[in-house]
Ligand binder design. Sequence first.
Ligand SMILES: [Fe+2]
Ligand SMILES: [Fe+2]
Length: 298
Amino acid sequence: MRVFFIGDIVGKPGRKILTENLPSIRERLGVDFVIANGENSAGGNGITKNMAEELYRAGIDVITLGDHIWDQRCFEGEIASIDRLCRPANVPHSNPGRDFVVVEKNGMKLGVFSLLGQTLMKIKSDCPFAAASRMYDKVAPLCDAVFLDFHAETTSEKVSMAWHLDGRAQAVVGTHTHIPTNDARIFPKGLAFLSDAGMTGPWHSCLGRKWEPILQKFIDGRPRPFVMAEGDDRICAVIIDIDTEKKRAVFVEPFIYPPFPNSAELWQKAKEAEAAERAAKEAAKAAAEAPANDAEQK
Ligand SMILES: [Fe+2]
Ligand SMILES: [Fe+2]
């Protein structure tokens, strides 16, 4: 089972880059399920039913959310009618919406839920660790693999959640910070993990908003409207392969499109330079030994 999880979709630029590119990415990578965190889809603040439908048309199968869930007032009345979308499972039970989704495709079932972290988060929520155990017990019997979007601020809380669910769920991926992390790994009992998938939207920005007012607020402390940014749109995601028989993840790799110049490219160039140097040394050695060999033969 190949899962493609997309980090926080920010505004129209995020929706547009997915509409234009997700179908071909999905095809080329042979993805079975696409999950996306849509909490910033509406101009950076929340989501609406119309936008969820736009994301489904782009090829997303399941939408998860986060602390911006109720930013659009109309959404309280819409959430229950949107299939394949779940709210964080540890907000108080009186909130509308479902707390998990199970999707079926290619003869496989994937269970998805999201949770809010509590460290440095302002929204009211229950203990995510107790909720993770409760949700795992509820979702696992209904599917072949379980995926958690852990919407949290701190890396320590996210890594702790991975240890908490290793041996039970097959994947925990963090969202919320809008910055992709470089720590994709598989835990000892088969759980795929990435601290944060990053942001899908305009990177000429501060986390998707125009950077100038945010910088000014850091400098002088005065509040300003944080408006949507434009430019340098990118998709941030992670690819996860799960062996559904063994109930283990077997591959996890972050994905950014268009890619930033990255260490893989630098490493490839270094390897090519090293190979060229080795070949030159061997050629020089062979040339030096050639007269001696000729002499021995005579
Ligand atoms: Fe976000
Ligand atoms: Fe968030």
